[in-house]
Design a protein around this ligand. Structure first.
Ligand code: ADP
Ligand code: MG
Length: 447
């Protein structure tokens, strides 16, 4: 592999993995050179170095290894030509953070940071069981499910759990892409026996995204022998994929049948509640205060899988670091702008959905009767209209049969206050929002 090519490829990958702001802040200003098996990063100052080590070392190691086909020693040097100033108040010989011992496991992915819901509880408990007693229970354990549902997270959590309790065990996380590249390199440069030793002497092999090896004969053969060796020795294998083994086209039968020997378990898309819980957990990890209302709002964005939601959180986190604001819905609307927030929901849609939900007539909501059976839906319509449409107070007033600005303000405020005090009302808001946005989404994509 041509070394000069590596950095552009690695940085392209990082750009995809990280969000743009992170990438541009921390990796754009960095230069790279290869020296034998050392990957040297030239960074503007110590602050940069420490920051990258703290947050990105695992990702960096893994990406380099994937592209290079083997683990590299990563080092940092201060770039004398950098246009960046040395970090303020940085002493000349600022203490350098030690580079963490090399592990292929991302330490953010633990059981503690995994939210369990009905969509993933079986997979989660299978992983826990395996982590407690590797090689004893389900072997192999095969986890499958769509992108972003937490396969890598769970797989890594098992590894972290085992190593925390039994640091002497040999645990290896490899993406199937890394495994393949390592193998190709070993074949090309004559390192096949040390490659085989490395994989066949493990106590636990965590093999991610096995669908990658579809159609690759030599890799499949190697995995077949690795599999047999490990299982015969009672060593644990956990494999993930986007589909169940028999559905992976281009995977040899002797492999997929073996993958089904142990336990197959799948991950389903998270429901609303689980999404909200995940968002709140991720926000807390970033020291962001995300209200439940705000978390719910984000979780109810159409097409919001967890990766998309994390992207939102990263942007919010970057914005709040500068301004130390609380994440209210207003802040969210400002930061995420056109991505989320009031979209093309029409007033008619809001009125119609609210009326249907409370089983009243739209014409009654437009009228002036003050019984609660009517006034509550009416106020709810005012609130939902403010929340989900771009309409101004006077526009909402007109749509509701010519009410004035101040009654719309009052009505919407009343619901907002109730939503804090009365869980029944916040439930109504959630259900209504879901109904309104769901049908909106159908209309948008149905044409
Ligand atoms: P996959 O490997 O299935 O594509 P990942 O494990 O990479 O998905 O998960 C994508 C992101 O979503 C990660 O940041 C992960 O931490 C997060 N995530 C997914 N499911 C959960 C969950 N149940 N609890 C906490 N975080 C989750
Ligand atoms: Mg993954």
């Amino acid at each position: 592999m041509d070394r000069a090519d590596i950095w552009p490829r690695v940085s392209k990958k990082l750009e995809n993995i990280l969000n743009r702001q992170e990438y541009e802040t921390w990796f754009k200003p960095v230069k790279f050179k290869m020296e034998k098996t050392r990957a040297v990063f030239l960074v503007p100052n110590h602050f940069f170095r420490n920051w990258i080590i703290e947050r990105y070392q695992t990702i960096l190691d893994r990406t380099l290894a994937e592209e290079f086909g083997k683990n590299l020693d990563v080092e940092f040097e201060i770039d004398p030509d950098s246009v960046f100033p040395a970090a303020a108040a940085e002493p000349k010989d600022a203490p350098l953070k030690p580079i963490k011992p090399k592990t292929t496991l991302d330490n953010r992915y633990t059981f503690a940071s995994f939210v369990v819901g009905s969509c993933n509880e079986l997979a989660h408990s299978a992983c826990m069981a395996v982590a407690e007693q590797p090689g004893k229970k389900y072997n192999p354990l095969f986890i499958f499910g769509g992108a972003g549902l937490g396969k890598t997270h769970l797989l890594t959590a098992v590894g972290n759990y085992i190593l925390e309790r039994r640091p002497s065990l040999k645990v290896q996380y490899s993406s199937s892409e890394l495994f393949t590249n390592e193998l190709i390199r070993a074949i090309r440069f004559g390192g096949i026996s040390s490659f085989q030793d490395k994989y066949r002497r493990l106590d636990c092999l965590l093999l991610d995204d096995i669908q990658f090896i579809a159609g690759r004969e030599r890799t499949q053969q190697e995995i077949f022998y690795t599999f047999n060796t490990l299982l015969e020795a009672g060593k644990q294998m956990i494999i993930t994929s986007d589909k169940k083994p028999s559905d992976i086209a281009g995977l040899e039968k002797r492999l997929w049948t073996r993958f089904e020997w142990g336990l197959l378990t799948d991950l389903q898309p998270p429901d609303q509640e689980t999404k909200v819980a995940i968002l709140q957990k991720k926000a807390a990890e970033k020291d962001l205060f995300l209200s439940r209302e705000a978390a719910f709002f984000l979780a109810s964005q159409p097409d919001s899988n967890i990766r998309v939601l994390e992207g939102y959180l990263n942007r919010l986190s970057a914005a709040c670091e500068l301004k130390t604001e609380k994440l209210t819905l207003d802040v969210i609307a400002t930061v995420l702008g056109p991505l989320v927030g009031p979209r093309k929901v029409s007033l008619e849609k809001v009125l119609g959905t609210v009326a249907e939900y409370f089983e009243v007539k739209v014409s009654d909501m437009k009228g002036s009767r003050k019984t609660r059976a009517i006034s509550h839906p009416r106020q709810m319509a005012m609130y939902m209209a403010r929340r989900l449409t771009k309409a101004s107070y006077p526009e909402i007033g007109r749509a509701l049969g010519g009410k004035d600005h101040s009654s719309i303000v009052k009505g919407a405020k009343k619901i907002k206050n109730l939503s804090i005090l009365d869980p029944g009302v916040s439930q109504e808001i959630r259900e209504l929002e879901k109904k309104i946005l769901e049908t909106e989404e159908l209309q948008g994509s149905g044409g």
